[in-house]
Design a protein around this ligand. Structure first.
Ligand code: XIL
Length: 374
C-alpha cells in the first residue's frame, strides 16, 4: 500500500506547483543563496554536496516545498542540551507545546507572562525557523479565573476579544501561522459544547478570526482540530464551516490537521482526498501535531506500523498543493504528552528517549526525498 502510494506521490508532485514565496521565504536555500537551518550558505552547500543522507528533515522539507516543524517543550529546551541541539537543527518551524496557551500567558487576570513564549520566538529567530502560534481559543487549558468565574455573555465576549488582541499584538510580525480556534468540533460534526459556544453562540469562531486579523493582518490564521485526517463527519462539518466563513469573507487562511494517530487504529489513507477538499476552497492546510502512539511495550511490528502512520500523514501533505507545514508533536519519546494522556500508551515520537532515530524518522526522510521539488 505504501509503495503504491509513493509511486503516485512522485508522479503527482512532479506536476505540483511550488507553494507561495510567502510560505517559503527560504525557497532560495535550494539555490544556495540563503542560509539553511544551520545558518550559512556554506552550510547549505555542504549539505547539498553530501546529499540527502546528510540533510536534516528541515532541509529535505525545503527541497520538497514545505516546512517541517516540531512542538517544543520549553522546560526541555532550557534543561537538555541534546534536545536543544536537535530542535535547533532538525526543524524549520516550531510550535510552543504549552507556553502560548491562555493558562500560561494569563494565569492571573490582567497579569501577562510572556517570558517562555518570547524565549521560543527568539530561539526560532536565531535558528531561521518560523513559528506557529498555538492557540488562542480553546475549551482546554483555560485559566481558573475564567472556568470558575461567573461572567455574563457580554463580559466573556470582551474577555475573549481582549485576550486575542493582546496576545496577537504581543507577537505581531513574529508569528507565521496562528491556530486561532482549536478543537471546536465533536466527532459527530456538531460544535463542541464549550464555554465559548454556550455563551457567545457559534459566531465566536468568525469573531475570533476577525479579531486576530485586526491585531496582526499579516499572520496566517488557522482553524485546528483532531480526527479530521480522513473524510468523516467531523472533517465534513469543518469543511461546511470554513466554506461558510469564506463566503462571509472571514479572514481564515488555513486548516490545521493535528494528526494524532495510534497504530491500533487504521491509518487515514484518504487524507489526500480530504485535504484536496480544503485546497479546492482556496485554503492552505498543515499537519500540525503529528504523532503515532502505541500500546506499550513497543515492538518491531508496532514500530513499523508507526512509520507507516507518519508516512501516510506526510504523503497526504506532499500530495496537497497548498499544504504548508508538517509539524510533529514533540520529536523524542523522552518528552511526550502521550503517556500522561493515554494510559498505557507511548513511544509516539520519531526518536527514542536517547535520541536514536526510529523507522518513522527514516520513512519521513524517504518520503521527502522521493517527493522531489514541489
Ligand atoms: C497538550 C500538551 O502536549 C501537553 O503537554 C498538555 O498537558 C496538554 O496539551 N491537542 C492540542 C495540543 O491542540 O495543544 C495538546 O497539547 C495536544 C492535543
Amino acid at each position: 500500500m505504501i509503495r503504491a502510494t509513493r509511486t503516485a506521490l512522485v508522479a503527482a508532485t512532479a506536476t505540483a506547483l511550488a507553494v507561495s514565496a510567502l510560505v517559503l521565504p527560504s525557497a532560495s536555500a535550494a539555490t544556495g543563496s540563503s542560509g539553511s537551518s544551520t545558518g550559512t550558505p556554506a552550510d547549505s552547500a555542504a549539505a547539498r554536496a553530501k546529499g540527502p543522507a546528510a540533510s536534516t528533515l528541515g532541509e529535505l522539507g525545503r527541497r520538497a516545498g514545505l516546512r517541517i516543524g516540531t512542538a517544543v517543550d520549553m522546560s526541555a529546551l532550557t534543561a537538555d542540551a541534546p534536545y536543544r541541539e536537535k530542535a535547533a537543527t532538525e526543524f524549520s518551524s516550531v510550535t510552543p507545546e504549552n507556553v502560548m496557551k491562555w493558562e500560561s500567558v494569563e494565569a492571573v487576570r490582567g497579569t501577562y507572562t510572556w517570558g517562555p513564549a518570547d524565549d521560543l520566538v527568539d530561539f526560532a529567530q536565531d535558528n531561521h525557523q518560523l513559528v506557529r502560534g498555538h492557540t488562542l481559543v480553546w475549551h482546554s487549558q483555560l485559566p481558573g479565573w475564567i472556568t470558575s468565574g461567573s461572567f455574563t455573555p457580554d463580559e466573556l465576549r470582551d474577555i475573549l476579544h481582549r485576550h486575542i488582541t493582546d496576545e496577537v499584538k504581543h507577537f505581531k510580525g513574529r508569528i507565521w501561522q496562528w491556530d486561532v480556534v482549536n478543537e471546536a468540533f465533536n466527532d459527530d460534526g456538531t460544535l463542541r459544547d464549550s464555554i465559548w459556544l454556550r455563551n457567545l453562540g457559534p459566531g465566536y469562531i468568525a469573531d475570533a478570526f476577525r479579531w486576530a486579523h485586526e491585531a496582526d493582518p499579516k499572520a496566517e490564521l488557522y482553524i485546528n482540530d483532531y480526527n479530521i485526517e480522513g473524510v468523516n463527519p467531523k472533517s465534513t462539518a469543518l469543511l461546511a464551516l470554513v466554506t461558510d466563513l469564506k463566503k462571509q469573507h472571514v479572514p481564515i487562511d488555513g486548516v490545521g490537521v493535528q494528526g494524532h494517530l495510534a497504530v491500533q487504529y487504521p491509518a487515514p489513507h484518504d487524507i489526500a482526498d480530504n485535504l484536496a477538499r480544503f485546497d479546492a476552497l482556496g485554503l492552505d492546510t498543515a499537519i500540525t501535531e503529528a504523532d503515532v502512539r502505541m500500546v506499550m511495550p513497543a515492538d518491531a511490528t508496532k514500530t513499523e506500523a508507526q512509520a507507516e502512520g507518519y508516512s501516510v500523514l506526510l504523503q497526504g501533505c506532499l500530495l496537497t498543493e497548498h499544504c504548508t507545514d508538517f509539524t510533529v508533536w514533540g520529536f523524542t519519546d523522552k518528552y511526550s504528552w502521550v503517556p500522561n494522556t493515554f494510559s498505557g500508551q507511548g513511544a509516539a515520537n520519531l526518536l527514542t528517549e536517547d535520541y536514536r532515530p526510529k523507522q518513522a524518522y527514516t520513512a519521513l526522510r524517504q518520503d521527502l526525498v522521493l517527493a522531489g521539488r514541489r
